[in-house]
Structure formats: structure tokens, C-alpha cells
Design a binder for this molecule. Structure first.
Ligand code: NDP
Length: 454
């Protein structure tokens, strides 16, 4: 795919970018490696000062950067602005806490003194997706820089202006020029970057296929990876749930980012006694949403990020219908070549259908009826994914019990799944491994060194 900004609301190619040559890429890797030797010696206070400046820029210029996001991948402007502001939160969180998270940890042993020291590794490569083109990058970059690492970004080919804007923000904040570079390269060039001896580890957020490929290459090089891949999060509604609250959150969780979120609720698993009531409620809420120009205030959801993604989703829907799924809310792709996709609900969703087995990365809700609580847990776990999920019940203890039985990296009781800087984020099964955010995330790309004295 060419590196270009194509506005998905209009299909207009706004700007095309010349990819960096392999020589340019090598120079940037080497500069980032050289910069690491000085950067690792800076104090946490020095790094925090720059990271706080970065947060200030993100807050002050949220509208400017939000517009770039909207133009490149189609989310409503208000959501783009909120995303940029969330990045400021992550920068502040790590500016304030990194020193504490990485301070020496004394361990009692028979030695006179023994401790774990957390030391930076060097140049870390981030391969990132288009769905949250700022947030996905900052949640890697803020902890990486605060830990004393330097970073390289290979962003998705459809969001080059976001990638360059992030480089600009880091420079404006006053970070040394070489501690972070955007590489304008295609995915085929990634293996060579991973193979460069200066690159010490890789983090990837994206599809299973991209994750498996990058992890295999890094594995051959004995380099650590963190993978944040897809999900098919269950949204479990029990008989005693507040159905209005659950339906409101179900709609929001399915429609976030026009359904293009790894932690969007995708499978709605509802016990049979309340199934029809809940279905009517969520149908009414999804049907009431408005689309249009994502730059305008009255747009609830924008186009999908690229026409080919809408086409792929339509194909998953059609395959599911062929295998017996029923259309409860009519919708789908708005026309050939369009990236707009109207929300849909499919019921009678069964194993063997894409809506049950695969990730549906767009505004299509799969509705599944469970006999009871145990059956709902069984269905929730009947998935190759294990990213997150939620359970809805008025009984918090019961919710907690269910949450512990679902195979996933996170569970929310009576709340929509969302990431926040304080809590670890990541999955199990085919959703990946490793964690981002919290103190856990900043320790992924450090050498956890044991030191033993006498
Ligand atoms: P990809 O996984 O293909 O893209 C994500 C990133 O990985 C991009 O930077 C991409 O670069 C890069 N990449 C892709 N293949 C390779 C490779 N073989 N080696 C190195 N880097 C690679 O996502 P798509 O845009 O194709 O979306 C397809 C599906 O992926 C979605 O429908 C969804 O299911 C899932 N997805 C999940 C996301 C999540 O948040 N977990 C985010 C985005 C997608 P380039 O753009 O140049 O190809």
C-alpha cells in the first residue's frame, strides 16, 4: 500500500509521501542508537520536564491534531480531540510515576545486599495501527522515553500525517532530536529494521497476521516483542442487570470508533429471560445514531478508516447470513467504494460463522442467547481471542465471580471496557501477550537486572 492520506469520508487522496530509502532508515536507526547512549544518562526529572511539555502541547493543540486524525482515518472530530487529550494524560502519568516504577527494588536474600535494577534496553521499534493513531503511539512512547529508551515508529501506511505530527510534537517539546523517529516505510521493510543490531525490541498493535509475522522475525533475532492484537470481546448481560444502563453501554461499546477498536464489545451474550427486551433496547439505540461529515458536530459515527476495511466487514456479514445469521438491524456498506458502513445487529449467531469466530472490526453487533450464567461464561470463553470483556449485573459480587472466570486480559463489571494509564492493558490467547500502560507496561522494555553484593 502506498503511504498516503486518503480522506475516507470523501475517498480523496489528500497527500502522498515518498517512503524513506533504506539508507535513510539506517541513518535514523543509527542516530537513535547513538542518542540512546546520552539519553539513558539523563535523570528522571530531566525526562519528566520534557514529557510534561509534551503533554502541554497535546492539550493546547488538541484540535489541530484531532483534525489530522479525522482527515486520515475518519473518526468524528470530537473523538479525535479526546484522543489527543488522552495522550496528554498518559504523558503526565509517566512523567509523574516513571521514577517510582523503575526505582531499585531491594530483595531479601542471604547476600549483604541484593536488588533488582531496571535499566533501559536501547532502540525500541513500534509498529502501530490507524484506529487510534495518536493514542496507540503515545502509550508506547511515553513509558519508553521515560525509561531511558529511544524509539522508532513504523505507523500504518494510511496515517502518515499523524506519524509526522507525533515526531513534530516530540521535537517541539524539546526532546533531543534523535530520541524518536518516524520511519515512512511499508510493512515489507519492517523485517530489515528488526534485523538491525541496534534495534533491541519490538511492540506491535494490529492484526493477528501482522503480529505473527513480526514476532517470528523478532524471534529469529532473539528480540523481545509485545503484541496487542485483535479481540472479540464478550458483553455478558445477566438476568438481574440494569437493562437500560447495559443497552446504553452496549451501543457505545460496539460503536466506539465506528466499531474499529480492539476492545469494542463484539459478542453480546445475553441470558434468555431478558434477551428480547435487551435486543429491542440496543436496536433502538443503534438505529438512532447519525452519520455524516466527521468534521461536523452532529456526527455520531464517521466512515470506517478505509473502503477495503468496509468491504471486508461486509463480506464477513454476508458469510454469516449465508450460514444462518438473522439481520435484526439492517445496515451495511453504503455503496461500492464507500468507507461508510451503517450499524447492524445479527442474531442467531453460531460457531462456524465469521460473526462468532472472527473479529468484526466495524459497527456490527453479534447477538447470542445463553441459557443461563454458566452458559454465558462458556460462550464467552469459546473464542480464540482473550483481550477483554464486560459483565452486567446488579450484584457486584456475582459480577466479580463471573469476571474471574472469563479468559481475557481484562474484565469490567457494569462498566464499558476502556484503557486508562493506571491499569495494565493487553491480552491472552490470540489477542497477544505482554502488557502496556501502568507500572507493568513500563517494565516490558527494560532489563530487569539482578544485582547481588557479597
Ligand atoms: P494490520 O495489522 O495489517 O496493520 C497494523 C500495522 O502493522 C500497520 O503499521 C501495518 O503496516 C503493519 N503491518 C502489517 N503487516 C505487517 C507485516 N507483515 N510486517 C510488518 N508490519 C506489518 O491492520 P490492517 O490495517 O490491515 O487491518 C486489518 C485488521 O487488523 C482489522 O480489520 C482488525 O481486525 C485488525 N486490527 C486490529 C487493531 C487493534 O487495535 N488490535 C488495529 C488495526 C487493525 P501497513 O499499514 O504499512 O500495512
Amino acid at each position: 500500500m502506498a503511504i498516503q492520506t486518503m480522506n475516507p469520508a470523501t475517498n480523496e487522496v489528500v497527500k502522498t509521501f515518498e517512503p524513506h530509502t533504506s539508507k535513510e532508515v539506517e541513518q535514523k536507526i543509527e542516530s537513535a542508537d547513538k542518542a540512546f547512549r546520552n539519553w539513558r544518562k539523563t535523570t528522571f526529572a530531566e525526562r519528566a520536564k520534557l514529557m510534561q511539555k509534551c503533554a502541554g502541547i497535546l492539550d493546547n493543540d488538541a484540535e489541530k491534531y484531532g483534525r489530522i486524525i479525522t482527515l486520515e482515518m475518519g473518526k468524528p472530530l470530537k473523538d479525535g480531540i479526546a484522543e489527543v487529550k488522552k495522550c496528554a494524560l498518559a504523558c503526565r502519568y509517566y512523567a509523574e510515576n516513571a521514577e517510582d516504577f523503575l526505582k531499585d527494588e531491594t530483595i531479601e536474600t542471604k547476600a549483604e545486599k541484593s536488588l533488582i535494577a531496571y535499566e533501559p534496553l536501547g532502540v525500541i521499534l513500534a509498529v502501530m495501527p490507524w484506529n487510534f493513531p495518536f493514542w496507540q503511539v503515545f502509550r508506547f512512547l511515553a513509558p519508553a522515553l521515560m525509561a531511558g529508551n529511544t524509539g522508532l515508529l513504523k505507523h500504518a501506511s494510511n496515517v502518515p500525517q499523524c506519524a509526522l505530527a507525533i515526531e513534530e510534537i516530540i521535537r517541539k517539546a524539546g526532546f533531543p532530536e534523535d530520541v524518536f523517529y518516524t520511519l515512512l516505510i511499508g510493512s515489507k521493510e519492517v523485517d530489515a529494521v528488526i534485523g538491525h543490531p541496534a534495534v533491541k525490541a519490538v511492540t506491535l498493535t494490529g492484526s493477528e497476521a501482522a503480529g505473527a509475522h513480526v514476532a517470528a522475525t523478532a524471534g529469529k533475532e532473539i528480540k523481545k516483542t509485545v503484541l496487542e492484537l485483535g479481540g472479540s470481546d464478550p458483553f455478558i448481560v445477566l438476568a438481574d442487570a440494569d437493562l437500560e444502563l447495559a443497552a446504553q453501554n452496549a451501543m457505545k461499546s460496539r460503536m466506539v470508533n465506528t466499531g474499529q477498536s480492539c476492545i469494542a464489545a463484539k459478542r453480546f451474550i445475553v441470558v434468555e429471560t431478558i434477551a428480547n427486551t435487551f435486543l429491542d433496547k440496543i436496536k433502538a439505540k443503534m438505529a438512532a445514531l447519525k452519520t455524516g461529515d466527521p468534521l461536523k458536530d452532529d456526527c455520531d459515527y464517521g466512515p470506517m478508516a478505509r473502503p477495503d476495511l468496509a468491504e471486508e466487514l461486509q463480506e464477513q456479514v454476508e458469510q454469516s447470513i449465508k450460514k444462518g445469521a438473522k439481520v435484526v438491524l439492517k445496515g451495511g456498506r453504503e455503496g461500492k467504494d464507500s468507507a461508510y458502513f451503517k450499524p447492524m445487529i445479527l442474531s442467531n449467531v453460531k460457531p462456524g460463522m465469521p460473526a462468532y469466530d472472527e473479529e468484526m472490526f466495524g459497527p456490527v453487533a453479534a447477538f447470542i442467547v445463553a441459557k443461563d450464567e454458566d452458559d454465558a461464561i462458556r460462550i464467552a470463553n469459546d473464542s480464540r481471542f482473550g483481550l477483554a470483556g464486560s459483565v452486567w449485573t446488579k450484584d457486584h459480587e456475582r459480577g466479580l465471580k463471573v469476571a474471574r472466570q472469563v479468559e481475557s486480559g481484562a474484565m469490567f463489571v457494569n462498566a464499558m471496557v476502556a484503557s486508562s494509564p493506571e491499569m495494565p492493558f493487553g491480552g491472552i490467547k490470540k489477542s497477544g501477550y505482554g502488557r502496556e500502560l501502568s507500572y507493568v507496561g513500563i517494565r516490558e522494555f527494560v532489563n530487569q537486572k539482578s544485582i547481588w553484593v557479597g
